[in-house]
Design a protein around this ligand. Structure first.
Ligand SMILES: Nc1nc2c(c(=O)[nH]1)N[C@H]1C(S)=C(S)[C@@H](COP(=O)(O)OP(=O)(O)OC[C@H]3O[C@@H](n4cnc5c(N)ncnc54)[C@H](O)[C@@H]3O)O[C@H]1N2
Ligand code: MOO
Ligand SMILES: [Mg+2]
Length: 431
């Protein structure tokens, strides 16, 4: 039997090369900003480095509302003997910079260009008067004859945001592989970048198998059930930025193979559910083992039976052979979704430019639990009012209970019983 870590490594080895494939086309141009009816770059992954076309800030500007001064002129300022300067023209945000005349102090607003010759800003609160008076009518002129007093020296450079202090012109703004969230998009917009090259999304064929399955909404004959896995794993995959093609194959190997043959050339990966265990109709195993997919037992619960490998399909119509990686999950819905969380989501997160680990914590158990010693068990749980973990039942058909859970609880190999209060690893379920 394979360990959890061994199978995780095998999935990574099979799927990590997909990153290069998604980059191979050199990226697709997409707009940085959303506009009606157009896909934008939000949530996508950069295919190429982006260098700053300009320095940011683009010019020295003020960090505070105050007065731009020559610091040397305030060297002798003391509470008892203030330095008084004539009020010069005002620099508001958006104004073109001008020159500061010697012996004057210019009102300067946050984000406004520092007048040439000034080398420091004194915040309005520590000037005398401590509020702007008489500005506004002709907002760039000084009120005639106004004088402002300063009672302390100011260090050169005080409250000046230097040009290039965020990023220098030509420096690496965002590296290839970065996922574009709000801060990254804002940073591109600030630099005036309107379009970027992003990786194309991963394309996955999702095949659910089972003679008993009926699409939700269609009536059930006795013995039939509604197909939950297609909706569930389709959502999980799309939530990771994947484009999904769905197929429902009845319980015969020929239809599973036909589903693969129909779409293998259009996808990067095939994910199947069901038909991998020890029953009489294990159609995924039957269809894919001859094509090169390996079926193993992993020492986890749920999710024990797993399939993994590259399927080489020789189309019956004589078309050229096609090879496609396959990840085969067990059919029990809880087993299928836990398998996704353990094995596939970390890889997809990496392909998305995100850290592979999800939000994790070590929390105390609210009550005693038991677990099979030889298996890494993953239970679904919720936190009680004190932040302790209430662990749900282990069975793999309890999908309703999974839908109520907020955490996955890990009980590793070697654990057969843990008392209330013992610390366990939990992963937050957040989408
Ligand atoms: N004798 C043994 N029996 C079983 C073993 C074993 O080791 N020896 N393993 C058990 C474990 S663990 C699991 S997990 C399941 C895996 O089963 P399969 O992957 O072969 O899946 P199926 O047999 O097709 O279905 C299992 C179960 O899940 C339901 N199912 C399947 N697909 C869907 C779907 N799309 N939506 C909702 N429900 C689905 C299906 O009706 C079955 O109830 O095998 C155990 N048996
Ligand atoms: O391993 Mo199965 O996945 O328990 O239910
Ligand atoms: Mg089965």
């Amino acid at each position: 039997m394979r360990s959890y870590a061994e199978h995780q490594r095998a999935v990574h080895e099979l799927l990590d090369p997909l990153a290069a494939r998604l980059d191979a086309a050199g990226g697709r141009p997409v707009p940085v900003s959303a506009s009606v009816g157009r896909a934008d770059a939000h949530g996508r992954v950069l295919a190429r480095d982006v260098h700053a076309p300009v320095a940011l800030p683009g010019f020295d500007n003020s960090q505070m509302d105050g007065y731009a001064v020559r610091s040397a002129e305030l060297a002798g300022a003391r509470p008892g003997s203030p330095v008084r300067l004539a009020v010069g023209p005002t620099s508001a945000a958006g104004d073109a910079p001008f020159a500061l005349a010697p012996g004057t102090a210019s009102p300067v607003m946050t984000g406004a260009a520092i007048p040439a010759g000034a080398d420091a800003v004194v915040p309005i609160e520590v000037a005398d008067p401590s509020a702007f008076i008489g500005l506004g009518a002709g907002r760039h002129d000084s009120p005639d004859g106004s004088v402002v007093g300063f009672t302390a020296p100011v260090a050169p450079g005080a409250y000046i945001r230097r040009a290039g202090s965020d990023i220098a012109e030509g420096a690496l703004l965002l590296a290839a592989g970065t996922r574009l969230g709000p801060a990254q998009l804002g940073s591109l917009a600030a630099a005036g970048v309107t379009e970027v090259l992003v990786r194309r999304p991963l394309r996955v064929l999702l095949v659910s198998t089972g003679h008993e399955l009926q699409a939700p909404g269609l009536p059930l004959r006795p013995g039939q059930i509604h197909d939950a896995n297609t909706t569930m794993l389709g959502a999980a995959l799309r939530g990771c930025g994947v484009e999904v093609i769905e197929a429902l194959a009845p319980d015969d190997a020929a239809s599973v193979r036909a589903a693969l043959e129909a779409s293998a050339r259009r996808v990067d990966l095939v994910v199947t559910t069901g038909g991998v265990s020890a029953g009489a109709f294990e159609v995924v195993r039957e269809a894919l083992a001859p094509l090169g997919v390996e079926f193993v037992k992993v020492a986890i619960q749920p999710g024990g039976p797993q399939g993994l490998g590259t399927a080489r399909i020789e189309p019956e119509d004589g078309d050229s052979p096609v090879e496609v990686p396959v990840v085969a999950f067990p059919g029990n819905p809880v087993s299928a979704l836990v398998s996704f969380e353990l094995f596939l989501r970390p890889v997809l997160r990496r392909l998305e430019g995100l850290a592979p680990d999800r939000h994790r914590a070590r929390l105390p158990l609210a009550h005693e639990v038991v677990s099979p010693r030889a298996k890494h068990q993953v239970r679904r749980g919720v936190l009680d009012g004190d932040g302790a973990v209430e662990v749900g039942a282990p069975s793999s058909h309890l999908l309703h209970a999974y839908a109520q859970a907020t955490v996955l609880v890990h009980l590793p190999v070697g654990v057969d019983a843990l008392p209330a209060g013992a610390a366990v690893d939990v992963w937050r379920i957040d989408d």
